[in-house]
Design a protein around this ligand. Structure first.
Ligand code: SF4
Ligand code: SF4
Length: 246
């Protein structure tokens, strides 16, 4: 059995900014919003989201015998204005720094090795709902703009997980979704394309979202989408969030 405090200590040592550990269970409450999002066709051309829904909702199908999901946060600085913006249009904050997949993967493998455990390291390419696991592990909550919001770094974070068959001595509490978003809605108002659902479970219509075209699809932005000068990603809804202004 892994000592949870030890896992968190080593996670910080290998370079992560925060760590929480959730018991590997089905994401029962989170399944309806995902299926409803797909039913509405709000996934646009992200066809991979239609595949492996069962695995995405239950890490025990991803790693047989999984007992724990070790969730990791790596914070990055808020967007900086400057040369890159002036040269080639606006670049979202996450893309203004080192390619995060490699950085996170290196840290995940380092952590796994230090812990001496079997498990699957996940960073974007594995069907696992990273933000929901981070919320389950008590690291933040799902904002109305559908990203993880943390108390300390807002949504300027990248996420990674290790799904392992090891038990942990203690599991983090999910604090649920606080009431902030219901009273706020600033990201909904800020989005120039009305891509964010104003109520119900947090959901976003990707075919209205600039980041979908500039990040995931890498194709021409339709005339109906106002990119506000972004050529890589889009930070508008995140910039509106009071937790990112701290
Ligand atoms: S990333 Fe930009 S376009 Fe997409 S929801 Fe946020 S503000 Fe709207
Ligand atoms: S801007 Fe407001 S509604 Fe949107 S994620 Fe932040 S706190 Fe929630």
């Amino acid at each position: 059995m892994l000592n949870s405090d030890e896992v968190k200590r080593i996670a910080l040592e290998v370079g992560f900014d925060d760590c929480g550990i959730a018991r590997a269970d089905a994401l029962a409450d989170e399944e309806y919003p995902l299926r409803e999002w797909l039913r509405r066709g709000w996934h646009g051309g992200l066809d991979y989201m239609k595949r492996n829904v069962d695995k995405r909702m239950d890490p025990r199908l991803l790693v047989p015998g999984a007992k724990s999901v070790i969730c990791l946060v790596s914070a990055y600085p808020p967007p900086k204005s400057g040369v890159r913006e002036a040269e080639s249009g606006k670049v979202a904050a996450y893309a203004q720094h080192r390619e995060y997949h490699k950085v996170i993967k290196d840290m995940l493998f380092a952590l796994k090795e230090r812990l001496g455990i079997e498990g699957k390291c996940c960073c974007d390419t594995v069907p696992i709902s990273d933000k929901h696991w981070a919320a389950r592990a008590g690291l933040g909550w799902i904002g109305r703009h559908t990203l993880l919001v943390t108390e300390r770094w807002g949504s300027w974070v990248n996420l990674g997980e290790i799904v392992t068959t090891e038990e942990c001595s203690e599991y983090s509490e999910c604090h649920g979704c606080p009431d902030f978003c219901a009273k706020c809605g600033r990201c909904v108002e800020a989005c120039p394309n009305h891509a964010i659902a104003p109520d119900g479970p947090p959901m976003l219509d990707v075919s209205r979202c600039t980041a979908y075209y500039t990040t995931h699809q890498r194709r021409e932005i339709p005339a109906t989408v106002d990119a506000h000068g972004y050529t890589m990603g889009c930070d508008i809804c995140q910039l509106a969030c009071p937790f990112n202004a701290k």
